[in-house]
Design a protein around this ligand. Structure first.
Ligand code: HEM
Length: 244
């Protein structure tokens, strides 16, 4: 083989082939230039921990966006009766929430006193306006409706489904995946409440005037109450059957 031909066969991986900003395809595809300019520069910061605070919030928004997206598609799959595909996406939504909950650990690295400097530049910014959490909260009820419709279509009650779970394997797993998602949402709220209490206190009002106590109350909120209530009925049933 001639040297020229051999050289011609060697691919030049050093040059980007995608369109966009940045010297490499990594930067162009991920749009790292835009992404990494979404945080305040040191000159713009009132406190160095603004980078930590913005990083946690911005990455939370990304994971919540993914959770909402996967949940919305889960509903479509359920409406088409595609249970296995729905389960695959629901697992991802729960994992995205778990990761978002983990991110909250980082906020506890901030000093409560120094955080007051960060808080002073947040305006009326409040988590109630989080687009990620709002869209997730917006799609989750539809998931409950799609699930209930499937159970009804099979002519089952929730109690039948749980007592004879192995005869309705996919549907049973789906019920548990919904419970998991609900639990993950509650766990996020529990962790968030504790972070808030640790950083700004639990007897103060938030940047939008909401008393922090109100956040404590939201912890009990569940999206699928019947999936929790069924466990009480199963325990009562087991006791009644044992006594009869
Ligand atoms: C130092 C960290 C944080 C503090 C002190 C804090 C504080 C608060 C407070 C006081 C509220 C009540 C509403 C208000 O008046 O503002 C709230 C709500 C909320 N925050 Fe945070 N937060 C923090 C971190 C986060 C993070 C990282 C997220 C992630 C997206 C987040 C998302 C939310 C959401 C979604 C709500 C509405 C609560 C619900 O519907 O259960 N927060 N936060």
């Amino acid at each position: 083989m001639s040297t020229a031909k051999a050289a011609g066969e060697v691919k030049d991986y050093s040059k980007p082939i995608l369109a966009g900003k940045g010297g490499s395809d990594y930067e162009r595809y991920l749009r790292t230039h835009e992404l990494l300019s979404l945080q305040k520069t040191p000159e713009e910061q009132v406190h160095r921990d603004e980078l930590l605070f913005q990083t946690v919030h911005q990455s939370s928004e990304l994971w919540l966006k993914l959770a909402a997206n996967e949940t919305a598609e889960t509903i479509e799959l359920l409406e088409r009766g595609e249970l296995a595909g729905a389960l695959r996406l629901l697992r991802r939504a729960s994992l995205a929430l778990q990761l978002t909950t983990g991110l909250l650990d980082m906020l506890e690295q901030m000093s409560p006193w120094e955080y007051q400097q960060v808080r002073a530049v947040l305006g009326h910014g409040s988590g109630f306006d989080s687009p990620g959490f709002r869209s997730l909260r917006g799609v989750v009820p539809g998931l409950g409706q799609a699930f209930s419709a499937l159970v009804r279509k099979q002519g089952l009650s929730l109690e039948d489904l749980y007592v004879h779970g192995r005869e309705h394997e996919n549907l049973y797993q789906l019920a548990e995946a919904l419970t998991e998602l609900d639990e993950r949402l509650m766990l996020w709220r529990v962790r968030h409440y504790k972070v808030v209490a640790r950083i700004i206190g639990d007897e103060v009002v938030g940047t939008q005037g909401t008393p922090v106590e109100l956040l404590g109350g939201l912890i009990k909120q569940t999206f699928f109450p019947e999936l929790w209530a069924i466990r009480n009925r199963l325990t009562s049933r087991a006791i009644a059957e044992a006594e009869s």
